[in-house]
Design a protein around this ligand. Structure first.
Ligand code: 5GP
Length: 114
């Protein structure tokens, strides 16, 4: 697995505006926000993308998504709603090969996505 910018953020070699962290995940604000609130959630245990993550045990995968929902709630987005995006591969628009869930909120989202 090649080194990514998120590996450096996890190791605190690169600054990030962290909004939540625990033993399993790190959540930090996107450097180029696409909504008033745009937070990325990554597992501490590195995995490159959703398809690799899906091969892990169901409890690990399930806990990650429970945390994503809890972080969105902590960000105050539950009442208005929000969008969670997980880009996979080139056509999915994935630019960083380290699994990350985008939490986007604070404005009404459009559909379909670009
Ligand atoms: P992807 O396109 O892979 O789904 O999303 C990668 C995200 O990482 C993009 O939204 C991009 O703005 C964000 N990003 C890239 N480099 C950095 C960085 O150095 N710091 C932070 N906080 N976000 C980054």
């Amino acid at each position: 697995m090649s080194e990514t910018i998120f590996d450096k953020i996890i190791r605190q070699q690169l600054p990030a505006e962290i909004v939540y962290e625990d033993e399993a995940v790190l959540a930090f604000r996107d450097i180029s926000p696409q909504a008033p609130i745009h937070v990325l959630v990554i597992p501490r245990q590195k995995v490159e993308h959703l398809e690799a993550f899906a091969k892990e045990d169901a409890a690990t995968v399930g806990r990650f998504f429970q945390k994503v929902a809890a972080i969105a709630q902590k960000l105050g987005l539950s009442t208005t709603g929000y969008r969670v995006v997980l880009n996979q591969g080139n056509h999915g628009g994935q630019t960083v090969a380290y699994l990350h869930a985008h939490i986007l909120g604070g404005r009404e989202m459009q559909w379909p996505p670009g």
